[in-house]
Design a binder for this molecule. Sequence first.
Ligand SMILES: NC(=O)c1ccc[n+]([C@@H]2O[C@H](COP(=O)([O-])OP(=O)(O)OC[C@H]3O[C@@H](n4cnc5c(N)ncnc54)[C@H](OP(=O)(O)O)[C@@H]3O)[C@@H](O)[C@H]2O)c1
Length: 217
Amino acid sequence: MSDIAIIGGHGKVALHLARILTDASQTVGSLIRNPQQRADITAVGATPVIADVENLTTEQIAQVLVGYDAVVWAAGAGGGSAERTYAVDRDAAIRSMDAARLAGVTRYVMVSYKGSRVDHGASQDDGMFAYYEAKAAADDYLRATDLSWTILGPSTLTQGVASGRIDVGASLPRGDVSRENVARVIAGVLAKPATIGRFIEFNDGQTPIDEAVDAAS
Ligand SMILES: NC(=O)c1ccc[n+]([C@@H]2O[C@H](COP(=O)([O-])OP(=O)(O)OC[C@H]3O[C@@H](n4cnc5c(N)ncnc54)[C@H](OP(=O)(O)O)[C@@H]3O)[C@@H](O)[C@H]2O)c1
């Protein structure tokens, strides 16, 4: 992988990822909706691309994605209304998958969350209900595409410095994981085709990321 599009490019995970990839001499286009974030994107070595995926059609997103080798979905509505959560975390995410296919970009990495599944068990009055529904729908849509996908399931995100070590497994209890570790895992899976078709759930832990990702492949 050498030319990566990050959707939600100004997110905290996304900014770490852009820095990691550009430090490794890869080219990054960071899709942002707010032009005032341009300087933060160039500061991490990436190219800002103005694209509000919530309000673009599939065809318009596809035009933006043409020429990239891979797409990383790192965007999110970040809570707020259920309406916007569905609009971003489900509907825009799904359009971006169709857009990747239209643009001929076959590799797609989704940042989901640990435990994402349709039968999440939360009730409708749970404040996270819309998020759980939206992410499960987007993840399942991705699984059903012919894209070369990897879905990542980090636990609760922290601002901690990357330890470079994680534990992987669906049966692990929900824990914490630093956003910088998440970015390192994304960079790792982009470099490892064996992770295609995997849902990798992880916490901060004991195993060096490279080894942990290999073991999950
Ligand atoms: N929080 C957790 O504990 C947790 C746990 C597991 C997984 N996750 C997942 O991890 C993801 C990344 O986390 P994070 O902390 O890096 O998130 P973040 O800092 O909130 O970043 C999300 C980014 O998405 C962007 N975005 C929203 N709508 C957009 C649109 N229409 N077009 C383009 N960009 C848009 C936001 O841009 P603006 O600046 O314009 O709003 C923001 O920069 C989350 O979205 C979530 O799904 C979170």
